[in-house]
Ligand binder design. Structure first.
Ligand SMILES: [Zn+2]
Length: 298
């Protein structure tokens, strides 16, 4: 899939002048405010970014069902502002594909750790601590699979909140399906993606070596020699529904897993609604007390 594709040409870039973030959107979808910060200071530009060659997990939850899930979540909050269920708010819910790169490789190597053991004791009013330092070397080889790399630099935490995804349902990317939704663009070049992937693989390798029988108080890696080979990288588009709501100058984002329907979002209390309910309760209590009092008196 590339920019020359006719369906891809039907897309435009929506750039926010306030948060400097972008979204690639199909021309059928009219974006009125930035999905990240709700600013109306957005610009619609010609598509310049390449849509990554990818696999995808298709949306299994329809937009209609996503709205039902959102409304159900809203109804759990009793003292909420009506803005959260208004049509103007809910119609801004949008299906977005988020690209994640999955990196797999084989590793072998050795890691040197500085390890510390300490022993404490007390004699009379004196406290003693003996610190022993060790130089420990561990080595081995291992396969690492599907290390996720967030090339959007913005969605890692969000995806964590609504995970898991069922990766067995990965399909070849269907351009028509992709272009009927929005896509978050990559923010990294291929070199940057590769550098980050290799870095993460080395960290994973060192963490595994650290777990191998190192029973010390402190363990610090000081030197490593790690070889990476047979590396593979694939891009996968993860489906997510996004609805960002601005209420009293604060953002309340909602995210729904487009495959499973798992939802994340918080709805704040409406102070004015709480006050009204308290006033109504006080009036009822006053009326009931008066009735009881006058009933007893007569
Ligand atoms: Zn923005």
């Amino acid at each position: 899939m590339d920019v020359e594709n006719k369906e891809v040409q039907e897309m435009y870039e929506c750039f926010c002048n306030d948060c400097n973030k972008e979204l690639i959107v199909n021309k059928n979808i009219d974006i009125k405010s930035c999905i990240y910060c709700k600013s109306k200071n957005i610009e619609k530009r010609e598509l310049t970014k390449k849509i990554p060659k990818a696999h995808q997990i298709p949306f299994k939850i329809s937009k209609k069902d996503a709205l039902i899930i959102y409304e159900k979540q809203c109804r759990k909050a009793i003292f909420k502002s009506s803005i959260f269920l208004s049509k103007t708010t809910t119609q801004e819910l949008i299906g977005v594909y988020v690209p994640f790169y999955l990196y797999s490789c084989e590793c072998n190597g050795i890691v040197e750790f500085e390890c510390i053991k300490s022993t404490k004791w007390k004699t009379g009013s004196y406290k003693y601590e003996k610190v022993d330092k060790y130089l420990v070397t561990r080595g081995g080889n291992m396969s690492l699979e599907n290390i996720p790399i967030d090339t959007t630099k913005n969605f890692k935490d969000i995806i964590d909140l609504i995970s898991p995804y069922d990766y067995s349902k990965i399909e070849e990317a269907n351009t028509t399906l992709i272009t009927s939704s929005a896509i978050v663009p990559n923010k990294m070049t291929n070199d940057e993606i590769l550098k980050e992937s290799v870095g993460k693989a080395k960290v994973c390798f060192m963490e595994e070596m650290k777990k191998s029988d190192l029973n010390y108080k402190e363990i610090t890696p000081i030197k490593n020699s790690i070889n990476i080979y047979n590396s593979k990288m694939s891009c996968i588009l993860l489906p997510i529904y996004v609805l960002n709501i601005k209420y009293k100058n604060k953002l309340y984002p909602f995210y729904i897993n487009g495959q499973t329907g798992k939802v994340f979002g918080n709805i704040p209390f409406s102070i004015s609604k709480l006050i009204i309910i308290w006033i109504v309760l006080l009036i009822i209590i006053f009326i009931l007390s008066s009735l009881i009092y006058f009933g007893v008196m007569s």
